[in-house]
Design a binder for this molecule. Structure first.
Ligand SMILES: [Zn+2]
Length: 327
């Protein structure tokens, strides 16, 4: 018997009367206690929550843990997305395994301190030496005890082929797919209580090929895992899609087989009314990233319209926040 009674909280967000708090057994809430009552079963520990507010854990839908280390790089400050990325790609190309481990633990600790209990990360950098980056993230999450949805990101469209990132940070498509499958088989858990899940996440229209978008969608379908990417974050991206693919972002998404449940998008700012309806009809998820959007002046996500249309709207931490003075 290892029950803990979180007793008589100052306030609690629950669907029924739970003024007396709740009982936890192992990693599950097993009882909501009505106000003025006691748990129906004996509890080994009682935590006096009379000065605490109990809420469900927050869910973070988009992040780049490694960027925790480069928040205050002077060259990247006060830039819009494309020049911001171009300032940082060469720095990120030099990341080491130690940096991945440290940034993962730092980002997860920050999230936990802010009330987050489930975090998604979008890791798309695999230069030589970082082949185990996602495996390291799994280890960090397990050490800290937080639930994670780790997305195996990718970049396959380098500058030589009309993309934005330098060749040093892009991978061959066959390598991306092989590693995606390895990570799903090694780490992905499903069902109630899953603590580690893997999803597939080609980075953005301007850094991956349509082929890797299609191949990722097929692999995700095969293994029943989610699909994630950045979409419609900036007007520069919209222009890129029109010039490179001859279509708008949502048409592009549909053309590569992604307009379906299980897909969630980071940012999702520049959609017209018709596109919002199409995204909603397909039950697409959108991670609203207000901090990032503000710092990069990307625009404002139409969260209420997206939600009304049927999209699942969540929040992303996504911090290029200059929280420290530049050095
Ligand atoms: Zn992002």
């Amino acid at each position: 018997m290892n029950r803990i009674w979180i007793k008589n909280p100052l306030a609690i967000l629950a669907e029924e009367n739970a003024g007396g708090g709740l009982v936890i057994e192992q990693d599950r809430i097993v009882e909501l206690v009505p106000g003025g009552k006691e748990p129906s079963l004996p509890c080994a520990q009682v935590f006096d929550a009379s000065e605490h507010v109990v809420t469900p854990g927050l869910v973070n839908c988009h992040h780049h843990f490694y960027q925790t280390l480069t928040r205050a790089l002077p060259a990247a400050l006060n830039q819009e997305l494309f020049p911001w990325l171009q300032s940082l790609y060469p720095v990120w190309a030099g990341l080491t395994p130690e940096m991945i481990s440290l940034s993962s633990r730092l980002a997860l600790a920050e999230l936990m301190l802010s009330g987050c209990t489930t975090a998604s990360d979008h890791h798309y950098l695999f230069p030589r030496g970082l082949e185990q980056a996602i495996d390291q993230q799994v280890e960090a999450a397990q050490q800290l005890g937080i639930r994670v949805v780790l997305t195996r990101g990718s970049m396959s469209l380098g500058q030589a082929d009309g993309g934005l990132p330098p060749q040093t940070v892009v991978q061959k498509e066959s390598d991306i797919i092989a590693d995606s499958e390895r990570l799903i088989k090694t780490h992905h858990q499903s069902g109630t209580g899953a603590m580690v899940q893997i999803a597939l996440a080609p980075c953005s229209p301007f850094s991956v090929t349509p082929d890797i978008m299609r191949a990722s969608a097929e692999l995700a379908q095969l293994y029943g895992v989610g699909l994630h990417t950045h979409l419609a974050e900036t007007l520069d991206e919209e222009t890129f899609c029109e010039q490179q693919f001859g279509m708008h972002t949502v048409d592009y998404l549909e053309s590569v087989g992604w307009l379906r449940p299980g897909t969630w998008l980071a940012h999702g700012i520049h959609f017209n009314d018709d596109e919002i309806q199409r995204l909603g009809a397909a039950s697409i998820g959108v991670s609203h990233c207000p901090c990032s959007n503000m710092v990069l002046a990307s625009g404002i996500c139409r969260t209420l319209e997206l939600e009304a249309a049927g999209c699942h709207v969540g929040l992303g931490w996504m911090v290029p926040r200059p929280t420290m003075a530049p050095i």
